[in-house]
Design a protein around this ligand. Structure first.
Ligand code: ADP
Ligand code: MG
Length: 245
């Protein structure tokens, strides 16, 4: 059952409206690890202030809530999930025996996989943390996927199809997902079903532990996004950033 929380939608609209005058809220105030904030200022195009969707989504994700973030392309949804995801993994780092990735980021295309992986890797490098992230691409043979997953990495960026392939080949153990997966992100969720990933996603979601935090990012709301919400999320916070005309 999903419960919409309209109070939050309102607060997001206010954030948007006040963007120009108020704009003083910083990443520090959102409670993020200082290493991440420093890394943002060192990017080629320095990032100093959170966007409206980041302001609202980051604290909720840090609290462990399931979140649906709907905001138009270019509103900063990638960092809205990457920053709190990394913050959490930094905090847990080394605290337990690793058998499988702690976080999956699933995207609808190889191109997006590359983009997200690049952004993620550069943050990890700049923070000088020994977290390992890998991406799986559809042209990889199973042996290549197996090699990429040995270790194993802390974070996996992939299409749902590559994960399903790994599951059916036994390269990712079904039981390890139930034991280890802490965060699942579906980015560009509005495209995942129309790109034909429904069965692949179902194969994965059947294995998710109840404790897994799920985040769904999308540019639009649609029947497909609703279907995914029902499939994956527990009582999520729905954040909708309205189009600004
Ligand atoms: P979306 O996924 O919502 O379409 P992206 O995450 O791809 O948006 O971000 C769009 C662009 O905005 C990227 O170039 C990104 O680096 C930039 N960006 C993200 N967050 C911020 C921020 N807080 N301040 C300035 N630029 C940002
Ligand atoms: Mg995006």
């Amino acid at each position: 059952e999903t419960i919409e929380k309209p109070a939050l939608e309102t607060s997001l609209k206010e954030e948007e409206a006040n963007d120009d005058e108020e704009g003083d809220e910083s990443f520090e105030e959102l409670g993020l690890d200082p290493r991440l904030i420093r890394a943002l200022t060192k990017k080629k195009v320095s990032i100093a202030k959170p966007t409206p969707i980041q302001r609202v989504a980051i604290p909720l994700i840090l609290e462990g809530k399931d979140v649906v973030a709907q905001a138009k392309t270019g509103s900063g949804k990638t960092l809205a999930y990457l920053l709190p995801l990394l913050h959490k993994l930094f905090a847990n780092f080394g605290s337990k025996k690793k058998l499988a990735p702690s976080a999956f980021i699933l995207v609808p295309s190889g191109e997006l996989c590359q983009q997200v992986f690049k952004e993620l890797s550069s943050l990890i490098d700049m923070c000088k943390v020994q977290l390992k992230a890998v991406q799986l691409t559809s042209n990889m043979p199973v042996s290549g996927m197996s090699a990429a997953l040995s270790g194993p990495p802390h974070i996996l960026v992939s299409t749902p199809a590559c994960v399903a392939k790994c599951l059916s080949a036994g390269v990712i153990q079904s039981s390890s997902i139930g034991d280890s997966l802490e965060i699942l992100v579906l980015d560009e969720a509005d495209l995942l079903l129309s790109f034909g990933y429904e069965d692949d996603l179902k194969a994965l979601t059947a294995l998710l532990p109840r404790s897994c935090q799920c985040l769904l990012m999308s540019a639009t709301s649609s029947a497909d996004v609703d279907k995914l919400k029902k499939l994956i999320l527990h009582n999520p916070y729905i954040l909708t950033l309205p189009e600004v005309e």
